[in-house]
Design a protein around this ligand. Structure first.
Ligand SMILES: [Zn+2]
Length: 245
């Protein structure tokens, strides 16, 4: 293997480390996000409940107002009852009073039901507030726990990044840009090696996609430092040190 291909193999090793460490960072950050999301969903539930209570209270206010005006009209009927001129008029007003009373008691029951709902919702809000407090503590704890870990991983990443820069020196710019493009496409795996899938018949395959590589391609790899891409998956193919022809 010539110097360019050798450098590419080294770069692939560093690239693997970089990918792995970046994945570790993402996992550490996700632990915090997970707890934060749970907190947010609890806060949302509380806000929904508080809104429901507001609507229930508005309904109670409007029903109470209705009841008040009905009570005052009932008062007027009672006054009219005292002034009734005859039995027939008296009986008619009395019927009216009784009908009104029945309506009013329905409204009173409705108001009581609404008040009960408010109490229930307020109790649920109290529970949610306790849960939110506990979850906030959990968020702080996880944040605190992962703070050091995240810093440590970030330092490691910048360290590997430097190794990456060093390993990429000596690799021609167009080869490097090809390497990066392939790394993006294949989740960090830009380089594949030649595998012998049938030693007796000398059948060679690409370790990235398992498609057959020609003997001509393998010979080229044995004799030159040229970058050779697998015709099927486009990965840069190299010969491993242990490769036996
Ligand atoms: Zn391939």
């Amino acid at each position: 293997m010539g110097p360019v291909l050798e450098s590419l193999v080294k770069l692939q090793e560093v690239e693997n480390q970089l990918k792995g460490t970046k994945a570790r960072l993402a996992r550490a950050k996700r632990a915090v996000t997970l707890q934060e999301n749970q907190l947010r969903s609890l806060v949302n539930s509380l806000e929904e409940k508080q809104h429901e209570i507001k609507l229930l209270k508005a309904e109670i206010d409007s029903q109470s107002l209705d009841l008040k005006s009905r009570d005052s009209s009932l008062e007027k009927y009672r006054e009219a009852l005292n002034l009734a001129k005859n039995n027939k008029e008296y009986a008619a007003i009395l019927t009216e009073i009784n009908l009104n009373k029945a309506d009013n008691s329905k409204i009173e029951n409705k108001i009581l039901e609404l008040m009960k709902s408010v109490e229930e919702q307020e109790a649920l809000c109290g529970e949610l507030e306790k849960e939110i407090q506990a979850q906030q503590a959990k968020v702080d704890e996880v944040k605190n726990d992962s703070k050091d870990k995240i810093t440590e991983i970030e330092e490691k990443i910048s360290e590997i990044q430097q190794q990456w820069e060093a390993a990429s020196k000596g690799i021609p710019a167009e080869v490097l840009s090809l390497f990066q493009k392939l790394s993006d496409t294949y989740d960090g795996e830009a380089i594949a090696s030649v595998e012998m899938s049938n030693p007796r018949r000398k059948v060679y395959t690409c370790s990235g996609c398992y498609m057959t590589l020609t003997n001509e391609a393998v010979n080229k790899l044995l004799t030159t430092d040229d970058v050779f891409q697998c015709p099927s998956c486009s990965r840069i193919v190299v010969l491993e040190e242990s490769f036996e022809h």
